[in-house]
Design a binder for this molecule. Structure first.
Ligand SMILES: [Zn+2]
Length: 405
């Protein structure tokens, strides 16, 4: 069903048409008219302002359906840029994206570690300056900077109230500090929402699809895109799937509840279970590397699971079953028609998770007789969150109608 635009303001209509062009890839004026329910004359007028503004270009012709071949339109990808930054304890990634959300250049520097927040922000700002200069990108062509970080969000002050490791970040206004240091607009978003908007924007997902992106790094988060925008809930923290309890008598979680997905299924939980399995722990030489980053230990276990170590595979399959159970609940509550698995936690053992989550949703999703729930791999590379953060900038700047929907 096309979403009708009647009653929308002219700015909202322009923004919605731009979004239709984004999600279509290439589209004619006639198709825009059909998809939006607006007249061809209105579409022509809006398209003219988008072309004059440099956001859209004409790109060849569609097949003729009898008369003149219709002209195709697409986003003018090279006209502006968005910069994505993923702020992480171990590594900070920078990605420069075009208007389609495609990564043009990327770069990474050492993570925030235990440095003071202002020191980290100053270092990131200097690195952004060097990065733009190196690729001959003028600041005036950069729409803004999206910042992705793990943790609970406090949107009132651009703060991420996270984290067990970095208490000083709790009260630090990241958006204001980075804006001051770079003189560019900054928007902060949690990593799961970034990954979800990354899929939405660059994967050309249409607003007709309601979907979730499960984002796994060391923990598990979830970004929900409903009606073409992130579903935020009362305090911008909707989708906290990591603290869905799957066993009320299970192990205690740091949040205070028991049996959360966080303690049953995350890479950190798998590494803990592997440590209790003496033979596996010794076989993978993990004892000798005690104290290394959870992600590195998990990558070793995941590689073993994919290359025939049955004990490692059992741990990963168990984790995937818990995840599938949580995703099933989420799909039922929100009537989702798609789920993406994204983030570095799926980089190696993604096929195991994909198989199990798909199987559970195929067999058990409550709405399975009405429509299938597709499960797909999203981006799992180290730059996934940063690229998603750039998409957050594009989404908020180019299609602001979503935020007011
Ligand atoms: Zn919890």
């Amino acid at each position: 069903m096309p979403r009708r635009l009647k009653g929308a303001s002219s700015a909202d209509t322009r923004s919605a048409i731009l979004d239709l062009i984004r999600s279509s890839g290439r589209v004619s004026r006639i198709e825009l008219s059909e998809k939006s329910g607006l007249t061809e004359a209105t579409i022509s007028k809006i398209v003219r302002t988008l072309i004059d503004g440099g956001l859209v270009v004409e790109a060849g012709f569609a097949e003729s359906t009898g008369g003149k071949r219709p002209v195709l339109l697409e986003l003018n990808a090279a006209s502006r840029y968005a910069l994505g930054v993923s702020l992480d304890y171990a590594r900070i990634s920078l990605v420069l994206c075009d208007l389609n959300g495609m990564a043009l250049h990327s770069h990474s520097i050492p993570g925030s570690g235990r440095s003071k927040p202002q020191t980290v922000i100053d270092r990131v700002a200097r690195e952004i300056g060097r990065f733009l200069d190196k690729h001959s990108v003028s600041r005036s062509d950069v729409i803004g900077i999206g910042v992705s970080g793990a943790g609970r969000q406090d949107t009132s002050g651009g703060v991420l109230r996270s984290s067990r490791h970095t208490g000083e970040w709790e009260e630090f206004a990241i958006e204001a500090a980075l804006c001051e240091a770079t003189d560019l607009p900054v928007i902060l978003e949690n990593d799961a929402n970034c990954a979800a908007l990354g899929e939405f924007w660059s994967g050309r997902v249409s607003t007709a699809h309601d979907f979730a992106t499960i984002y796994m790094a060391t923990g598990i988060g979830c970004g929900l895109v409903i009606n073409g925008d992130v579903y935020r809930g009362a305090s911008s923290n909707a989708g906290e799937i990591g603290h869905l309890s799957l066993d009320v008598d299970g192990p205690e979680c740091f949040c205070g509840a028991r049996g959360c997905l966080e303690v049953m299924a995350t890479p950190a939980a798998i590494v803990r279970s592997a440590r209790e399995h003496e033979q596996l722990w010794a076989r993978l030489n993990l004892a000798e590397r005690e104290g290394e980053d959870v992600r590195t230990s998990f990558a070793t276990i995941a590689t073993a699971a994919m290359t025939g170590d049955s004990d490692a595979e059992e741990l990963v399959r168990q984790s995937a079953k818990y995840l599938a159970t949580a995703v099933l609940g989420l799909a039922n509550i929100f009537d989702l028609d798609r789920v993406y698995l994204a983030g570095p936690g799926f980089a190696t053992a993604g096929p195991i998770y994909l198989e199990i989550v798909r199987d559970v949703l195929d067999r058990l999703a409550f709405m399975r007789k009405v429509h299938p729930v597709a499960v797909e791999m999203g981006e799992t590379g180290p730059g996934a969150a940063a690229r998603g953060a750039a998409s957050v900038v594009l989404h908020s700047h180019l299609t602001p109608h979503h935020a007011r929907a």
